[in-house]
Design a protein around this ligand. Structure first.
Ligand SMILES: Nc1ncnc2c1ncn2[C@@H]1O[C@H](COP(=O)(O)OP(=O)(O)OP(=O)(O)O)[C@@H](O)[C@H]1O
Ligand SMILES: [Mg+2]
Length: 232
């Protein structure tokens, strides 16, 4: 579904990504783990079209999107949950969710029922200002906003950041349910051990802008194998 081949990217003249190869099959949950500042967000932004690749190719659903802008990629079915969530604090929960409709306007198949089913707190709080909710609730809102347009692929940038541990477990479980029931393919970047081990079916390790390892289910179960790539 997603094929990233030899992708290089930089800020001004500073090279950050140095030949990234990552592939994600339809229906998979794939993680990319790495410490602070190794290029995780840069990679996610390049995948979403928010940063231009200097070199390499990004193919989504059989189409070369390397030169497509972010809004076109979104309409192709790529849903994005940015690091730090970026919900609109002054807007209500429901108004934030409606923003998801305009991002993915390629579909008539809006998922309000599903989103409220997975995250009942969003229905309970639909008239509340988003900025008054906890970090974990805002994360659910950002996920819900991305799901409204029924994307084929969800791309999450550190969903556990700023979320208390018990809620991190709930989010991990909810994302697995979304994957199983809606069939949404998931690509996430993380440095949280729990999320890497519990959410990822397969996980790449990134360091200094390059993929340095790939862990299948067995190695993912080993705490030592995973922590080698995390700052824990
Ligand atoms: N807008 C920018 N302009 C210049 N350099 C940047 C910019 N954003 C990030 N960088 C640099 O690029 C490198 C990779 O940053 P990136 O944000 O991709 O890392 P990350 O793995 O997402 O880190 P974190 O875990 O802290 O979110 C870092 O050295 C960072 O300082
Ligand atoms: Mg980051």
């Amino acid at each position: 579904m997603l094929e990233i081949t030899n992708v290089h990217a930089s800020y001004s003249k500073t090279p950050i990504l140095r030949g990234i190869d990552v592939s994600v099959e339809t229906g998979e949950i794939v993680g990319i783990m790495g410490k602070n500042g190794v290029g995780k967000t840069t990679l996610v932004k390049t995948v979403m079209g928010l940063l231009e690749a200097d070199e390499g190719r990004i193919v989504f659903d059989g189409e070369d999107v390397t030169d497509e802008p972010a809004d076109v990629r979104a309409r192709h079915g790529m849903g994005y949950i940015p690091q730090g969530r970026d919900v609109f604090p002054e807007l209500t929960v429901e108004e934030n969710l409606r923003m998801g409709e305009t991002i993915n306007d390629g579909t008539d198949d809006l998922q309000y029922d599903a989103v409220y089913d997975y995250f009942p707190i969003l229905e309970e709080r639909r008239d509340q200002e988003a900025g008054t909710m906890s970090g974990g609730q805002q994360q659910l809102l950002a996920i819900g906003r991305a799901l409204i347009g029924n994307p084929e692929l969800l791309v999450l940038d550190e969903p556990s950041e700023g979320v208390q541990p018990s809620i991190v477990q709930d989010i991990t479980r909810d994302l697995r349910r979304v994957n199983e029931e809606l069939g949404t393919t998931i690509l996430f970047v993380e440095q949280n051990l729990h999320v890497v081990q519990r959410l990822g079916e397969r996980c790449y390790a990134i360091d200094k802008g390059a993929i340095v390892d790939e862990l299948g289910p067995e190695r993912l179960e080993s705490r030592d194998a995973v922590t080698e790539y995390l700052a824990v």
